[in-house]
Design a protein around this ligand. Structure first.
Ligand code: PLP
Length: 359
């Protein structure tokens, strides 16, 4: 892919950048540039470019605004102590985006073009990657996304599609870092049904989760837990994170229902736990098992995982008919978190060959 680059004539000055990187928050400040490439049936992917960051122009009839033909990815760039900048398993994000394109009838972007686009933006905006910090909380969050930009209100897959990459320095996703999050169980709303889009990373899944997330906040909880749509019995995931359950006999379960989003963090943790000597079982996991086994003490830890918040211990579960207490421990959770973060920041040997050098 040939990328043309137009640098901004007005880069963020050093003092302002230092201020942002000192306290980046999440998803509020964006780097000086962005990547764009467009697709049509006749031309394929064309006009790949890096330009100054800024608003884009869309026709009011652009299909994405009406029919939500849109997908995205989330990944991070990490600065190592020697100043170099690395991505974590970028090919896995690229491959998942290809799977999402298939479900949303969008054109596939080749894996190597996806990785090249991310590398190119990280290189241009490398001064936006925060310095390595001990807690592993600071990085450059990268948001690749693809949407139907065709001006057409007919209902069919769009014939003009845009793929972009933007980036935003990120600190802790949850205020308070790795302190346990309390969850609200929604039994009214589901996020994905059989044959639906649950396994695709698409904005529509988030749109349908917001009302349940708002309910969670109203109940004084941090996040919402979704159950399967068919029976309302099995734990799926949180709005944007997968889940793990740790038992006192060393067994570990992570839900698999066919309608969850297959997190790259989730998959990586299966391998990390395997190396630590634990066997992870992927199976349907009943909400009744959660309640009974936390109460009896057989479940010793629960954690949630995803790129944005890494690994976060889960505390109590609030439901319409009573609460379940927080599990007793966070010991293995914090070990898994450290193993992941140490690999990402180059403090531990990359035994799985997951890291990709950008700059
Ligand atoms: C992105 C996402 C996750 C986490 O995936 P990672 O690849 O680990 O970041 C989990 N659930 C949903 C719904 C998501 O969109």
């Amino acid at each position: 892919m040939q990328i043309t680059t137009t640098l901004t004539s007005n880069p963020t000055d050093d003092a302002r950048l230092a201020e942002i990187l000192a306290n980046p928050g999440f998803g509020t400040n964006f780097t000086d540039h962005m990547f764009t490439v467009e697709w049509t049936p006749a031309e394929g992917w064309h006009n790949a470019r890096i330009t100054p960051y800024g608003p884009i122009t869309l026709d009011p009839a652009a299909a994405v605004l009406h029919y939500a033909q849109e997908i995205f990815e989330g990944m991070k760039a990490y600065r190592h102590d020697d100043g170099s900048v690395w991505l974590f398993r970028p090919e896995a994000n690229a491959e998942r985006m290809v799977r999402s394109t298939e479900r949303l009838a969008l054109p596939a972007l080749p894996v190597e073009d996806f990785v090249q686009a991310v590398d190119a933006l990280v290189e241009v905006d490398q001064r936006w990657v925060p310095a390595n910090d001990e807690g592993g909380e600071k990085s450059l969050y990268i948001r690749p996304f693809m949407f139907a930009s065709e001006k057409f209100l007919g209902v069919r897959p769009a014939e003009h599609v845009t793929f972009m990459v933007i980036a935003s320095p990120a600190g802790a996703y949850f205020k308070g870092g790795a302190k346990p999050v309390n969850l609200w169980l929604t039994e009214e709303y589901t996020r994905a049904g059989r044959g639906g889009m649950g396994a695709a990373k698409t904005g529509g899944n988030y749109a349908s989760s917001l009302v349940a997330q708002r309910e969670a906040y109203a109940k004084g909880c941090d996040q919402v837990v979704f159950l399967d749509a068919e029976e309302g019995k099995y734990v799926e995931e949180l709005g944007g994170m997968n889940m793990y359950f740790v038992y006192d006999d060393g067994s570990i379960v992570t839900p698999e229902t066919g309608t969850i989003l297959e997190g790259i963090t989730r998959a990586s943790i299966i391998e990390i736990l395997g190396k630590m000597g634990y066997q992870v079982t992927e199976r349907k996991f009943g909400i009744d098992e959660w309640r009974a086994d936390v109460t009896s003490g057989r479940i010793t830890e629960i954690f949630a995982c995803g790129t944005a918040a890494v690994v976060t211990p889960v505390g109590s579960l609030k439901t319409a008919d009573g609460d379940s207490p927080a599990p007793a421990s966070t010991e293995l959770t914090m070990k898994v978190r450290a193993a992941l973060v140490d690999t990402q920041f180059g403090r531990a040997e990359d035994t799985f060959g997951w890291m990709h050098k950008s700059v």
